[in-house]
Design a protein around this ligand. Structure first.
Ligand SMILES: NC(=O)c1ccc[n+]([C@@H]2O[C@H](COP(=O)([O-])OP(=O)(O)OC[C@H]3O[C@@H](n4cnc5c(N)ncnc54)[C@H](OP(=O)(O)O)[C@@H]3O)[C@@H](O)[C@H]2O)c1
Length: 165
């Protein structure tokens, strides 16, 4: 079963600001892309990312939250680290953040794909970042450009990277 990272970051690799996305709700096409790719799959996230989505499980997905304490939320599995979260996963699995979980996932060989949304903007007040990719270990395999439009405030690219070592 495929195990992949899914992330959206700006030109400085920023992913979060004040517990939310730096660009808030101004890229609905990215939210739709996230939903389309992850529906029917397992999603693994850190406790703060779970809080950022309202402490509710994402519908039509198996939600696994990494935390030192159970969430107590019905319909959500809790794991103490990424390794035990991956052991709970049964379907195609997406690592959906945040920074610490992404960092560990990049060092986990069975996670071999990154679905990145590269937002062509920078958010100087951002406080959470995706690690720099080691391009000797990852190869870009596809890139689709989307210009800003009336609904989406910034240009962005949907990019897929595959692990090569
Ligand atoms: N742009 C994107 O694609 C994207 C994706 C996801 C999130 N975000 C943003 O990123 C921010 C949240 O991310 P974050 O990096 O601050 O937090 P996070 O990684 O979501 O959560 C951190 C928490 O997860 C638990 N955790 C993570 N790794 C662990 C490990 N190996 N062992 C034990 N516990 C572990 C701990 O919970 P306990 O303290 O409970 O033990 C830790 O405090 C928000 O702003 C959110 O909007 C953006």
């Amino acid at each position: 079963m495929e195990k992949a990272i899914i992330v959206a970051y700006d030109t400085n690799r920023a992913i979060g600001q004040g517990g939310d996305l730096p660009w808030r709700r101004s890229l609905p096409a990215d939210l739709a892309h996230f939903k389309r790719l992850t529906k029917g799959s397992d999603v693994i996230m850190g406790r703060k990312t779970f809080e950022s989505i309202g402490c509710r499980p994402l519908p039509e997905r198996e939600n696994i939250v990494i935390s030192s304490r159970p969430t107590g939320v019905k319909g959500v599995l809790t794991a103490v680290n990424l390794e035990s979260a991956l052991a709970l996963a049964r379907y195609k699995t997406f690592i959906i953040g945040g920074a610490r979980v992404y960092g560990e996932a990049l060092n986990t060989p069975e996670i071999d794909t990154i679905y990145a949304t590269e937002v062509d903007a920078s958010f100087p007040d951002a406080d959470t970042f995706f690690p720099e990719l080691d391009m000797t270990a990852w190869q870009e395999v596809s890139r689709v450009h989307h210009p800003a439009d009336t609904e989406n405030k910034y240009d962005f690219d949907f990019v897929t990277y595959r692990r090569i070592i």
